[in-house]
Ligand binder design. Structure first.
Ligand SMILES: Cc1cc2nc3c(=O)[nH]c(=O)nc-3n(C[C@H](O)[C@H](O)[C@H](O)COP(=O)(O)OP(=O)(O)OC[C@H]3O[C@@H](n4cnc5c(N)ncnc54)[C@H](O)[C@@H]3O)c2cc1C
Length: 481
């Protein structure tokens, strides 16, 4: 069976949802194809094992190989990463946009050009400052107190979330915002449908080949489209393009924010623990963009995971898990990774090489994080790398940090970027300044793959504003034609 639409959008994460909504608003007949299932956000407990099994790719067991290996996670569900993330939202700095513009020759990326797109995104997501402040919790309080004591720069990061009538936090995921609006506007979203290849006639994309689960078996189908937008995320977008024969500046330049973690005991005087399943909205950005500090969710499972590196000595402390917060130091790396599709295999091979500078940054990040948490009044720190011992004072922190090796730590990241960098410099960019693939016709990328490198902030806000801008440019060009 074969079908024709104006536009196919591969993937329904933040990039794909913004794309579908924008195209549909302009009157195009749009079909969104999403590999993951449709899961109502209110049916899941955030950061639970059930959520990982249902809504993460490979139940969250994905890793970039290297020394050390870096675990990463991606949403694989209608709404993509927005369904499982915390919705912390930033606008990129003027400096970052200027650096990207200069290094990749990106047109029209000044802060004032991006601002109207940010405003539209913020309005649609209900970016809410007060909500974030209300959900700092004990872990956030510790970071804030440490920063105040040391005179370090701390920020409250707004979130894509609203307070529901019952007072709980309702995260503004794609399925509740952009995608819901797109579907009301006539967009069809097919879940559990994997795009295996983009169909091409020469350099021109003419549709996609999909595999869909139906009646307990896989059904293959060809779908024809006037234009194809690939928005499968930083790992899957280059893998799909490679499978379809587009390889130039596609899949290299993978850039992530690896994190090293420390569990901190809360000081006695902190009695407002907040919601332990929520990520604190406080971040300490004294050394940003190369190093920043924040808190992860501090549920029983998350605390157990962070203690597991030294289970024999740290495990018994899990009894008091409500008084333990999980904190991280996240770095920007100078090393890069690669995504490589492998014929006959469903998942690409992902590799990452940390540079000597990155290793030094991780060690320095760990030492500074411990300094910050002690300054905030934590009586005891439990660093998450194998062979670490409990830290109760500054001298301990220095000697424990000296024993840190990235290979002894389970490094992980949830921020992925850079595998199809955008810009006019054809010696390093896979797509042009607005996401059109350089070596193709009628084929666009519009997701986090376009960001030249992991931005040193939570990336969703930046990629959504850029995706919004790219759709506007695409539609303007169509009009011009
Ligand atoms: C646990 C977690 C917490 C995070 N917290 C934050 C945060 O607080 N703030 C922030 O800014 N960022 C956060 N992030 C990162 C943020 O979620 C991502 O940057 C963002 O989702 C990337 O959007 P995207 O559109 O590029 O790709 P994705 O969100 O990954 O969406 C891509 C979609 O495409 C689908 N897909 C892929 N390949 C195919 C195919 N071949 N066929 C059909 N469908 C396909 C995938 O299943 C997926 O649903 C977090 C991420 C995670 C995992």
């Amino acid at each position: 069976m074969s079908r024709r639409v104006d536009a196919v959008v591969v993937g329904s994460g933040p990039g794909g949802s913004v794309t579908a909504d924008g195209l549909a608003a302009a009157g195009l007949d749009v079909l969104v194809l999403e590999e993951g299932p449709r899961v109502a956000p209110e049916t899941q407990v955030q950061y639970s094992l059930d959520q990982m099994a249902e809504s993460y790719r490979n139940a969250g067991l994905t890793a970039a190989l290297g020394a050390p290996t870096i675990a990463y996670t991606e949403g694989c569900v209608v709404g993509g990463g927005s369904e499982v993330n915390s919705g912390l939202y930033h606008r990129p700095s003027a400096q970052l946009l200027a650096d990207w513009t200069r290094t990749h020759r990106i047109e029209d990326l000044a802060p004032e050009a991006l601002l109207p797109h940010h405003r539209r995104v913020e309005e649609s997501l209900g970016i809410d400052d007060d909500l974030g402040a209300a959900h700092g919790g004990g872990a956030g309080r510790l970071l804030r107190d440490g920063a105040d004591t040391l005179g370090w720069h701390a920020v409250h990061v707004p979130r894509a979330a609203r307070a529901s009538a019952s007072g709980t936090v309702e995260r503004q995921t794609m399925s509740r915002t952009y995608l819901a609006r797109a579907e009301q506007g006539g967009v069809e979203v097919q879940d559990s449908t994997r795009v295996v290849r983009v169909l091409r006639r020469g350099a021109r994309a003419v549709g996609v080949e999909v595999v869909r689960r139906a009646g307990g078996r896989d059904v293959r189908e060809l779908l024809h489209a006037d234009v194809v937008f690939v928005c499968g995320g930083t790992i899957q977008t280059p893998a799909l393009l490679q499978r379809s024969g587009w390889r130039r500046h596609v899949g290299g330049n993978l850039s992530v924010h690896p994190t090293v973690k420390v569990v901190a005991e809360l000081p006695e005087h902190v009695d407002d623990l907040g919601d332990l399943g929520e990520v604190a909205s406080v971040q300490v950005r004294e050394f940003a963009p190369w190093l920043s500090f924040g808190s992860s969710a501090s549920t029983h499972a998350m605390v157990a995971l962070a203690l597991s590196e030294n289970w024999d000595s740290f495990g018994p402390q899990l009894e008091r898990w409500q008084r333990l917060g999980v904190h991280y130091a996240a770095i920007q790396t100078t090393g890069r990774g690669r995504v490589q599709a492998v014929p006959g295999r469903r998942d690409p091979v992902v590799t990452y090489r940390l540079s000597a500078l990155d290793r030094a940054r991780l060690r320095s990040g760990l030492a500074r994080l411990m300094h910050l948490l002690l300054a905030g009044g934590s009586p005891q720190l439990l660093p998450a790398f194998s062979g670490a011992r409990a830290v109760t004072g500054r001298d301990d922190a220095v000697s424990v940090a000296e024993g840190f090796r990235p290979t002894r730590s389970s490094l992980m990241t949830v921020h992925l970027a850079g595998t199809v960098p955008m810009g006019e410099d054809r010696d390093r960019c896979g797509a042009d300044s607005f996401g059109a693939l350089h070596d193709a016709e009628r084929l666009w990328v519009n997701d986090a793959s376009l960001l030249p490198w992991a931005p040193g902030i939570n990336p969703q806000g930046t990629l959504m504003a850029i995706a919004h801008r790219n759709v506007a440019r695409f539609l303007a060009d169509q009009g011009a034609r």
